[in-house]
Design a protein around this ligand. Structure first.
Ligand code: MSP
Length: 513
């Protein structure tokens, strides 16, 4: 491993969200998933840089601002707060928040543009096509749906204008070769096939500037043009890593380890972005992972239907950790899912309240009652100890593999094997009976130890997904805060701090009626 790799920072990103929309469950989903990965990597002792932010330029913003009598900057300054606020509510541990209207981003886009231009990959031409104003998207004749935008169904307009182009077509073969050699560049596999599908058609050169509105980053050397959408937005991943000002930092961060995105923006991240980077002579991110979409109570979420789920409302009703847990447990990351009140309530009551919450509360109560709250020492030769250690090994391996593949639902399922084992074990061992027989005190100690140690590990495994509840678990178990626990050895069986006391606390997940 070279020096630069040895101190490589684990770099994870979310898409930067358009500020013309209120944040909803879809935005929350990507950001929570990224937060889980970031927290997990930190727990393993990695230095992590977790980036999220907002995409603030474009015609739509300019129009909305004008209609409201505000400058575009005033408008975005106002609406960006909604995202910043929501990430606080959702306990998002991002290390930076990038806004494309920031000065540092303007510098980065200019530097990037110039790099690509120096390679002769940008030229001035004319753009003529169908355009959907609300979606800010150009469409080819073929893509239109009887003259209407295939995405929103509204009529498209014919537009012709002078535009700078990026010679994307020149990189088609190189991208194909790259994808063949880097099979996990696009994940999940089904999405790689989709990308290969895009590449079966010839790539067109990409229009990357507009002269019909002003709210954006000007083209260097041609103030009449602003840089258009993706040639602005995607660069954010470089800006926040220190490009072009701080080369040393940039080398520790770039390439990003993973871009998490929704499936709708796969083409931009897995086709456009790599070709931009090829042209600029910069390394490609290690992975692009596209997740699925959420429907709500079986229907597509839409403003006009009025069924857009506000994450804050869900959090108020179910709590932030239950919401985070539900999103990751309900569907395999990469697949589509449905959000429903019944589904989240079901999981809260059965998995969180019954299985996990109850396990913690009955265990702490028993230690309090039978051991005056004192956490008993381990018997490392004991049969239960060894049996649990072996089960934990299996769980741990499953967790590691699942997290490497961002299979959050599998990770949680693996962790639940431990929860279920503990509940069964308590029922079988009947500590209440053991407690009545002084000659079986050792046995009782062992039973309690194994369950307490499992719960300690559970609080660590669950920390990335449910940071608040995990901290509450640790307090009740008389253990150090999971947040303070770092390093590759964190998930080792047998590290329970003994001799101290458990602290009976509130129920972790009260049952919902
Ligand atoms: N600004 C661009 C991204 C630029 S990244 C360089 C953008 N913004 S967005 O706000 O429209 O969408 C951001 C993300 O939200 C996308 O990844 C999209 O997939 C996700 N979601 C929007 N609706 C969603 C659901 N209903 N379900 C899950 N995710 C969804 O695109």
């Amino acid at each position: 491993m070279s020096d630069s790799q040895a101190d490589k920072i684990y770099y994870i990103t979310t898409p930067i969200y358009y500020v013309n929309d209120v944040p909803h469950i879809g935005h929350a989903y990507t950001t929570i998933a990224a937060d889980v990965v970031a927290r997990y990597q930190r727990l393993l002792g990695k230095e992590v840089f977790f980036l999220t932010g907002t995409d603030e330029h474009g015609l739509k913003i300019e129009k909305t601002a004008t209609a409201k009598g505000l400058s575009a900057q005033e408008l975005v300054d106002e609406v960006v707060e909604r995202f910043i606020h929501l990430w606080k509510v959702l306990n998002i541990s991002n290390d930076d928040f990038i806004r494309t209207s920031e000065e540092r981003h303007h510098r980065a886009v200019h530097a990037f543009y110039n790099l690509v231009k120096e390679q002769g990959q940008i030229y001035l031409g004319h753009y003529e096509d169908w355009y959907c104003v609300p979606c800010e998207t150009f469409w080819t004749e073929k893509q239109l749906d009887s003259g209407n935008c295939p995405e929103c169904g509204r009529p498209a307009e014919r537009i012709k204008e002078e535009s700078y182009f990026f010679a994307m077509s020149a990189f088609q073969q190189r991208l194909l070769d790259y994808l063949k050699e880097h099979e996990d560049f696009v994940m999940p596999k089904s999405k790689l096939n989709e990308v290969l599908g895009f590449l079966r058609e010839d790539l067109r050169d990409l229009s990357i500037s507009r002269s019909t509105f002003d709210w954006g980053i000007s083209v260097p050397d041609d103030e009449r043009h602003v840089i258009y959408v993706w040639f602005d937005a995607l660069i954010n991943y470089l800006t926040a890593a220190g490009f072009p000002d701080d080369q040393e930092r940039f080398e520790r961060l770039w390439p990003a380890d993973i871009h998490l995105i929704g499936k709708d923006i796969l083409r931009f991240h897995a086709v456009y972005w790599p070709t931009f980077l090829f042209a600029a002579g910069l390394p490609l991110p290690k992975q692009v992972f596209a997740h699925g979409w959420w429907t709500v109570e079986g229907a597509k979420m839409s403003k006009s239907v009025g069924n857009v789920v506000d994450p804050e409302v869900v959090v108020e009703e179910f709590g932030v950790d239950a919401f985070r847990y539900f999103l990751l447990r309900e569907v395999p990351f990469g697949g589509d899912g449905d959000f429903s009140q019944a589904a989240i309530k079901g999981r809260v009551n059965s998995e969180l309240a019954n299985d996990l919450g109850n396990l913690l509360s009955r265990t702490v109560s028993m230690v309090k009652k039978y051991r005056q709250s004192v956490i008993p020492a381990a018997d490392v030769e004991g049969v239960h100890y060894r049996e649990f250690a072996a089960l934990h090994d299996e769980v741990n391996q499953d967790v590691v593999v699942a997290m490497d593949n961002l299979a959050f639902h599998k990770m949680l399922a693996a962790v639940w094997r431990l929860v279920e084992k503990c509940n069964r074990f308590i029922d079988e061992q009947a500590p209440w009976a053991l407690a009545k027989d002084e000659s079986r005190a050792q046995e009782l100690d062992q039973v309690l130890y194994c369950v307490l140690e499992s719960l300690r590990l559970l609080s660590l495994y669950l920390y990335p997904v449910m940071p608040e509840k995990s901290a509450q678990m640790a307090i009740q178990l008389g253990q150090p805060d999971p947040f303070e626990t770092r390093g590759p050895e964190v998930f080792t069986w047998g590290q329970l701090v003994t001799g101290g006391e458990v602290v009976k606390g509130q129920s972790l997940f009260p049952r919902l009626e």
